[in-house]
Ligand binder design. Structure first.
Ligand code: NAP
Length: 256
């Protein structure tokens, strides 16, 4: 049974792998056997240490994903380094908070560009590579997008973030529809409230922190390691027939 979750020899491109949820995912994939291409603006030093201690290879690739400019050269560089990309995890993302009445165009564009536009074109570049070798009888390509509770709900004071993560839900389904028969699985993970720098402002606001905890049946913030298992599942042969799914890992938030 464990072999269904075995990622030995697979190569995973994880964006934003230096910290937070991306680090949790990269380390879990490595624990299951994958080698890691860690992509981001910052060197993924700590992630490299953890992955290497697990006996896997991890290389950090510098790229600013706030525009699509680096996408093709990044994919080419990773393929030249590792020989292939089997798994793509689109985790890098940003959030800007302000009232909808005063929300700026700059904050709209910054979030949509990073969280949605670059994600789509990175999926496209990697999928073009994957369709070259995947078929329904061989190891399938796996794309995992990081969605959010705001893929399902409206949120408050985060209009561009909500638009981007709602868009991720739709795009995940669209890409699954088009690429399933080409040997690629496209799914998403929707983390609940996870303790990372992305949510530091919420945890520092005692009222918001209490409101959030009161609504989570698990009564705790999630940890990046809580997301790793879901990523291993979706990246593995165990999920070969799972398509266009948005898997909530939320301590029960959506069940309320
Ligand atoms: P985080 O700790 O702030 O990490 C964000 C990551 O994205 C960092 O590695 C960062 O790299 C990278 N990144 C941001 N802008 C980038 C850019 N222009 N180019 C390259 N990399 C960039 O946040 P997190 O909470 O782990 O979030 C990871 C993902 O989960 C995001 O998509 C977020 O929306 C989503 N999410 C988070 C939560 C939560 O509760 N935390 C809930 C639902 C969804 P640098 O350090 O180099 O900037």
């Amino acid at each position: 049974m464990m072999s269904q979750f075995d990622l030995s020899g697979r190569v995973a491109l994880v964006t934003g792998a230096n910290t937070g949820i991306g680090q949790g995912i990269a380390c879990a994939l490595a624990e299951a056997g994958a080698n890691i291409a860690a992509v981001g603006r910052s060197e993924a030093s700590r992630t490299i240490e953890i992955v290497q201690a697990l006996g896997r290879r991890c290389v950090s690739f510098n790229a600013d994903l706030s525009s699509t400019a680096p996408v093709q050269s990044l994919v080419d560089h990773i393929i030249a380094t590792f020989g292939r990309i089997d798994i793509l995890v689109n985790n890098a993302g940003i959030i800007r908070r302000a009232d909808a009445l005063t929300f700026s165009e700059e904050d709209w564009d910054a979030v949509l560009d990073t969280n949605l536009k670059t994600v789509f074109f990175l999926c496209q570049a990697v999928a073009k590579h994957m369709v070259g070798w995947s078929n329904q009888y061989g190891p399938r390509g796996k794309i995992i997008n990081i969605a959010s509770m705001l893929t399902f709900q409206g949120g408050i004071r985060v209009p561009s973030y909500t638009a981007s993560k709602s868009g991720i839900g739709g795009l995940t389904k669209l890409m699954a529809n088009e690429w399933a028969e080409k040997g690629i699985n496209v799914n998403a993970i929707a983390p609940g409230y996870i303790a990372t720098s992305n949510t530091a402002a919420l945890r520092e606001d005692a009222t918001r922190n209490r409101q959030i905890l009161d609504r989570i049946p698990e009564r705790r913030w999630g940890l990046p390691t809580d997301i790793g298992g879901a990523a291993v599942f979706l990246a593995s042969p165990a999920a070969d027939y799972v398509q266009g799914h948005i898997l909530a890992v939320d301590g029960g938030w959506l069940a309320r």
